[in-house]
Design a protein around this ligand. Sequence first.
Ligand code: ATP
Ligand code: MG
Length: 945
Amino acid sequence: MNTDELREKYLSFFQSKGCHRQGSDVLVPTWDPSVLFTPAGMNQFKDHFLGKVKLDFTKATTCQKCLRTGDIDNVGRTAYHHTFFEMLGNFSFGDYFKEEAIHWAWEFLTDKKWLAIDPTRLTVTVYKDDDEAAGIWNEKIGLPTNRIACLEEDENFWPASAPSQGPDGVCGPCSEIYFQLENGKSVEIWNLVFTQFNRVGNPPDNLRPLPSKNIDTGMGLERTASVLQGVPSNFHIDILFPIVKAAAEVCGVKYEYDSDAGRRLRRITDHVRACTFAIHENVYPGPKKARYIIKRLLRRAVLDGHQLGLRDPFLYQLVPMVAQMMKGPYPELGDTIERVQSVMKREEADFLSTLDGGLERIQRMFSEMDSSSKVMVDGREAASLYQTYGVPPELLQALATERNFTFDWDSYRVAMDEHGEVSGDDQKQLFKTGPIETLKEAVQKSDFLGYESTTSKAVIKGIILGQPKEDSLVGSLKASTATDTMVRIVLDRTPFYGESGGQVGDKGTIQGDGFVFQVKDTQRAGDLVVHVGTLLSGEVKAGAVAEAIVDTSNRDAIRRAHSATHILHHALQTTLGGHAQQQGSKVDRDWLRFDFSNQESLTEDQIKKIEEITNSCIEQKAPVSWKLVTLADARKEGAMMLFGEKYPDPVRMVTMGEFSRELCGGTHLDNTQQVQTLEILSEESVSAGTRRITALTGSRAAEHRAMVEKVVHESSSLLGCSVESFPETAGNLVTALRKLKKMTSGTGTEAAPEKVGKQKSAPKPTGSYSGAYSLARNALRQVSRAINVPMEEVGKRIQSLLADQDAMHDQLSNMSSGSKLTVEDLLNMSEMVGDIRLIVAETPGANPNTMRQWIDQLRKDSETPVAVLLGSKLDADKVTLIAAISPALVARKLNAGKWIGPVAAIVGGGGGGKPDVAQAGGKDPEKLTEALATAKQTFMDMLKS
Ligand code: ATP
Ligand code: MG
């Protein structure tokens, strides 16, 4: 099927589904300040998605011309990236949603009437929490689960990583469709975005469903055409290959896929097409923004031609071919061929007139760098090259990259600013020019030696000073100027393992001529290994030779944990079944976390069995080995493969005895016995259908066991019980405390529970047990859950619960001594004020219930009206006051609430109630006597007023 037919079929298919067919938006949307070029089909509908415009239609389909600068370095190198390309899209603005979007995509791709792609060649990805999309693919479309990969938010969310990183606003999960190529690789052809959430703040629970959900999909026209036409790359499809051939002819070279010339011809083809479209839209090469990008694309293509031997303008000759290839959908290109050609030719001539001089100077600079063993291109030189010879810095960087030199963007910007020129700021945003990006281009790959050795000589390729985003590449660095500053070092080769595949990065030192650098963490940036740490002493210089030394005791602890995860994986599969596949893991020193598929939580028996299998695999002392194999061979040998993992080919296969074969890049032990022992700490749920085990190995496992035994021993002896009855006894203690609390606060009516725990008269506890370790651990687990503290704190908590119990028992016995007071006693304490019987008394330890009972009795027993105010210390820091007056006094406008107020204030509290009874609390028992003295006076004052 040719490309024009494909474009047409797509648009008419979605028209048949009721989508409005809308033309392509312009390539340079000057109406949208947030982008320089249209990056995707949805761009023209931004306001539709946000509901900012009146909708004439609620579903649409387009073929959009796009230009992506972010993919610039891939062009010519990968088979499937362009700067300029066409994106086929279908969109819903609150109309159809996930169900239709998926069904229609599948129908269009596989139905005989449409593209008729063999369904077994297609696989999909979904966002890991999007069960709905996974369900539709699996149950409705019938795609088996092993062809549905669940990916993280950085891969399958729009905007990327939005749930955790933001920005706030409209966002949603994606589902991508991949075509599986003959060579075992795959290519993404279509991305479906389900815009269904509004993000509000940080996780958790920050994704709110949108009332009106949208669909935004993008299918690469050239990629799909290349798949349908069965050609090796996008550049070989019917609308692009004639341009490649024309370029080869103009340049006088033969086109071959794998040669350097082949790559250059593909880049020329891409760039001339992009420039033709842009210049057609009046975006001429210039110093800033979109124009600068066109200038850069054009000059890059000219440089490619120059390196193929051309010295005169040539690109412009390809414009008619571009117009002809694209004339179906864009006939207007034919009208501006001459104008486009003349703009292009002038720019080519300009650049070519200075290029020889520029290249000569660049060569000289490179040789000087070589002889003084420098590895970073000076930004001042670059600025001067741009001003004098018009060599764009990115072009210079590309040339430097071919020699493995880095590029100093910071000094380039400084120099440009000094000259009052447009600094690279525009460019900084347009292209990836951070230090790491620069190093990636120049060094490309740090050789990893850490499987065989833990020390190595290496050359320092880059030194980065400062936190990401405020960082810069420096040629040298002194410890005195860099104290406490984060420094990152890149070497040409390293034994340090950079964090990946769930395994944390190595620690250690890099040292050389007079300097010592402490590596606190090791990360990866693409194929680069980045050593993160601080410069302890001396001066480190780019280009110097150093010794990289991994901290082996740290590494060994990580190896134990990593090998243990493979063993655990095997044990899980054996115990639970083949579905219990790894979903994720984190491996640190003698510590591991392992997520796997399983619906229910594991039973005690299952956990026991898993531990048994694991520990028997460890005891076996099974050899651990690894080799590089092709993916196909790995599959044949039965290696565990997780769909959705991107495996390199060839791939590293790690084998343990006869029981485990996994594809893994991590560092492992020599034999399983070196794990020493594995101790499961917890088993819990992470999300629907996924469970998580956390475990320890090596010395940490042993320490943990010792801790468990110690805590169980101590706690059960405190409680005076055996290990077997530890959970029950601890439970009894908790229940007793609950009852005691009720009683001391005056709400309980039952008799005081018997004391739990070691009694003076109780027999000496054994504190030891005869059962296995697992008995002790289970007991401790149960107790830790029941009293809600981590296992290691159980002993301390039991101790403090026992102390609470003692204190409450003391309090209760105080209270009961307080309750020895009788109504008679209180009446005896009363004095008469006119016809009123006034009783103000302290009732030590009495709880509010008792106090109220007395007051009722007093009011009943006295023939004359009574006014009572009782106060009681309940605790070291708690006072209760209750005031009450007879109804007759209420009739005289007296008020118990008003009476108690100032009294309570003295004991630092407040309260209130009805005119006849009021209760107050205070926190200053020491002042109770003073407060009660005032109470009498307050009452007298109240009578007078
Ligand atoms: P990739 O990861 O392969 O670069 P992407 O995730 O950036 O692709 P999207 O932004 O989802 O792609 O764009 C939707 C579709 O547009 C892709 O599925 C692909 O078919 C196509 N596409 C994206 N970038 C390019 C490009 N630079 N050249 C050609 N086609 C592209
Ligand atoms: Mg991309």
